[in-house]
Design a protein. Sequence first.
Length: 189
Amino acid sequence: MTHPARWPGGGALHAAREAFRNGGVLAYATESCFGLGCDPRDMRAVSRVLQLKRRPSHKGVILVAASLRQLRPFIAPLSARERALVQQYWPGPYTFVMRASRFAHPLLTGKHGTIAVRISAHPETAGLCRALGSALVSTSANLAGQVSLKTAAACRRTFGDQVVTVPGRIGRRRKPSTIIELATGRVLR
């Protein structure tokens, strides 16, 4: 686990917390690339993420968390079978598409009645979620249709002061998370 006090930049965690609380957008290291994220309860912030990426709102977004507790406000209650299944994969680079709670906003779910969620094993991603006490929106840091950004410097060049870039290193995965439909077990990506 990467302890927030060991993150480069000293004030990076403080800046991330301030941005998160005030509707800002964060760029942060994930398993395979940098991600853009924000407070999934703040729809103005989610809209900013979509605008920065030029991503259509009907697609929805992924939420990443450090624990199932952080995802509970956004997902429908899991059956014992569903809980056992996701616990085989989490924490890890597996995103599950599952029924959304009635509190999950359409900007999170897109045109679907489902939501995509992951409990990350990436120490910096999970550490950031723990430090913020919340799940995060997690969509690749790039403009829609372009290559995902792999460094903090690339995020700063692309998004400038529109985001708070948290210094960090991406994981060793070459591909984004595997996406699995929980109801059927079908691999979507």
